[in-house]
Design a protein around this ligand. Structure first.
Ligand SMILES: NC(=O)c1ccc[n+]([C@@H]2O[C@H](COP(=O)([O-])OP(=O)(O)OC[C@H]3O[C@@H](n4cnc5c(N)ncnc54)[C@H](OP(=O)(O)O)[C@@H]3O)[C@@H](O)[C@H]2O)c1
Ligand SMILES: *[C@@H]1O[C@H](CO)[C@@H](O)[C@H](O)[C@H]1NC(C)=O
Length: 328
């Protein structure tokens, strides 16, 4: 013990160590406050009662919950997805339960048809006041698949729906929001885009694209009093995730959307990522822990993630075989 370094040498190191620990602790408590204590901006702040919220991928899962919960808060809703009958049923349900109007437009974002966007443009022009856009529609790979084996259509559809569709919807709505100097644009991302994800490479890239695009847009539109927020999410029970039973890490769409709409303007677990929120508590802690202790883009994490998705692929292929289905 006697030949340890003298205190005059050790002390500066101890001080630096202590400062680092305090800094991390402060970040930890900031994250907890953001997730559990501090409220977000009320969404009603973005539009007076009766103004319109536009939701893509609105007929199921997370989008359906956004539509229902925004309607419950007094917004009229314009619902967009492929299936007219599902849209009609939801619009019916919404207008019978809440004192709001619901309009629908059926389109397939994968077709990227100019006429759809023209039609939407004229529908929007006829609405008295549009205040919220929820870019929720998204497609992932049907099962994890090596990029080299990814069907051409699946690859194209993912980019067309997740990226082009989101850009074109936002391009339609943004001028309206700029003109009224108030508005909210939420975009659904995914941890699949935070962590480079082997065997979901195209989906992963599309969600990483949305992260960068949305943060950049957030800064551009802030002077117009338009709040742009990327919504980060790990798994949620839905048709897409193919998970039916909720758990601590996997909330229902209802729980997830309740969190998302209560944390507008907060970061949740995404502190340090501008104009971004990881609103659901367990997802938020997970993202914070990943960023703080493990990192999101190092080789260790990517290789671990690859192993996980290789196993998911094996199980999915076995299941398909049992059920006599053919996959790619
Ligand atoms: N579930 C998760 O674990 C999870 C995790 C992270 C992020 N996310 C993201 O959250 C978003 C919503 O996912 P979800 O799980 O709620 O999905 P979902 O339950 O499968 O619902 C998808 C919705 O989008 C519509 N849709 C699908 N393809 C479309 C297309 N080509 N054109 C127009 N509408 C289309 C569907 O209705 P139709 O079939 O009638 O078109 C449905 O209303 C996605 O962006 C996803 O990437 C989900
Ligand atoms: C656009 O609107 C027109 C007129 O209502 C309609 O006939 C058409 O089917 C819509 N969709 C497309 C893709 O053109």
């Amino acid at each position: 013990m006697d030949d340890f370094l003298p205190p005059s040498v050790l002390l500066p190191f101890a001080a630096v160590g202590l400062a680092l620990v305090l800094y991390k602790l402060a970040a930890f408590f900031r994250m907890l406050l953001s997730l559990f204590v501090l409220p977000g901006q009320p969404v009603q702040k973005f539009g007076r009662k009766g103004s319109w919220a536009v939701v893509t991928g609105a007929s199921d899962g997370i989008g359906k919950e956004f539509s229902l919960q925004l309607a419950a808060k007094g917004f009229n809703v314009l619902l967009i997805s492929r299936t007219q009958s599902k849209l009609d049923a939801l619009a019916q349900d919404i207008s019978s339960r809440y004192d709001v109007e619901a309009k629908v437009y059926a389109m397939d974002f994968a077709r990227n048809d100019d006429r759809d966007y023209q039609n939407l443009s004229s529908i929007l022009a006829d609405l008295p006041d549009v205040s919220i856009l929820v870019n929720n529609v998204g497609l992932s790979h049907s099962i994890p698949v090596p990029f080299a084996q990814t069907p051409e259509d699946e690859m194209k559809d993912i980019i067309t729906i997740n990226c082009i569709g989101t850009l074109r919807m936002t391009k339609l709505v943004t001028p309206i929001l700029i003109q009224r100097k108030r508005g909210l644009i939420l975009t659904m991302a995914s941890f699949g885009g935070v962590l480079p994800t082997p065997l979901l490479a195209t989906y992963s890239g599309s969600k990483a694209f949305l992260q960068h695009w949305s943060s950049a847009l957030g800064s551009e539109l802030a002077p117009y009093n338009i709040r742009v927020q990327l919504v980060q999410s790990y798994l949620v029970t839905s048709a897409m995730s193919k998970i039916k039973r909720p758990s601590m890490m996997v909330p229902t769409p209802k729980q997830f959307v309740r969190a998302a709409l209560s944390k507008v303007g907060r970061s949740g677990g995404a502190s340090g990522i501008a104009y971004t929120c990881a609103p659901y508590w367990s997802h938020g802690i997970m993202l914070w822990a990943l960023e703080t202790f493990v990192g999101t883009r190092n080789k260790f994490v990517i290789d671990f993630n690859k192993k996980m998705h290789e196993d998911i692929r094996k199980r999915a292929l076995r299941k398909a075989e049992r059920e006599g289905k053919k996959i790619e």
